[in-house]
Write a protein that binds this ligand. Structure first.
Ligand SMILES: C[S@@+](CC[C@H](N)C(=O)[O-])C[C@H]1O[C@@H](n2cnc3c(N)ncnc32)[C@H](O)[C@@H]1O
Length: 269
């Protein structure tokens, strides 16, 4: 294997495992992100590391490759207008006057900030004390990002976008070795169910959701994969449920059973 075939091997491996399309312009990114894994195993170049991966016997190492090559950038209250839309329009429309129970799916939740932001909005607007019963399913392909999400501990500067009142209501301040960090309080944490799910492999659940967030992940997929994903997610929406994608994403031109509410918000007919 030479360097060119090694890059192609990684590009194909990532596509097969996650359907993320890394193009030829991503060679430097691949090298930089896999460098740590290569050094750990004592491989001095990419072709030798790929020969080792090619055996396919080390499933754990393949998981590390996927973890290294997914981009997990996120932050609290990202694209907050979607969260406002969820509580002010989407959920009132789906729940009407009778339903006080619903589920939200945060697909591709990365390190958890998105799922906890959804949870904070829901806690404020649909309090359990008023009889509301809701949960958030938060999923991602990256076991590393999910590990951080489940731990729910964030450095102080990450809480920046959150109102001071929410920082007090939903976080515990760390002490001693955790000085400068904040942890999500149990009352919120227990409403979020984290699970590893590859969005392009069969799902092992049948739940229907009032709202599905699938933001800033579609951009990594090619058009056929985007269409496949949107159709799969649509099957897990309640009638009248909402699918929300990132502001940089759109379903224009895709054949999906959804009505457009705005460029990034769609509703199941
Ligand atoms: C840029 S982050 C977006 C995080 C969050 N949704 C947001 O908007 O802030 C993209 C996430 O998609 C996840 N991802 C990529 N391919 C995936 C797949 N096939 N199945 C599930 N998650 C995937 C990555 O691991 C990463 O955490």
């Amino acid at each position: 294997m030479n360097e060119t075939t090694a890059f192609q091997f990684i590009i194909d491996l990532i596509y097969e495992r996650s359907r993320i399309r890394l193009n030829d312009g991503k060679h430097e990114l691949i090298k930089a992100r896999l460098g740590k894994r290569m050094r750990l195993h004592g491989f001095s170049d990419l072709p030798t590391y790929c020969e080792f991966l090619k055996n396919g016997e080390d499933e754990e190492e393949l998981t590390h490759v996927v973890n290294s090559l997914t981009t997990n950038f996120t932050h609290f209250l990202r694209e907050e207008d979607h969260l406002k839309f969820m509580v002010s329009q989407a959920l009132p429309a789906v729940c009407g006057n009778s339903r006080k129970q619903f589920k939200v799916w945060c697909a591709a939740c990365a390190s958890g900030e998105e799922a906890y932001s959804i949870g904070m909005y829901l806690s404020e607007h649909f309090p359990t004390l008023s009889g509301w019963d809701w949960s958030v399913l938060a999923t991602d392909i990256s076991t590393k990002a999910l590990g951080a999400a489940m731990q729910g501990i964030y450095p102080a500067q990450k809480l920046g976008p959150l109102p001071a009142q929410w920082q007090r209501s939903y976080f515990q301040k760390g002490r001693n070795t955790w000085e400068g960090h904040y942890r999500i309080k149990p009352a919120l944490a227990e409403r979020i169910i984290f699970r590893q799910i590859n969005l392009l492999k069969p799902y092992d659940f049948n739940d229907s959701f009032a709202v599905i967030f699938c933001r800033n992940v579609m951009i990594y997929f090619d058009r056929p994969t985007q269409e496949e994903l949107m159709n799969r997610l649509s099957q897990h929406l309640l009638p009248g449920g909402y699918l929300i994608v990132g502001h940089a994403e759109s379903l224009t031109g895709l054949s999906v059973p959804l009505q457009r509410v705005s460029p990034s918000i769609y509703r199941k007919a």
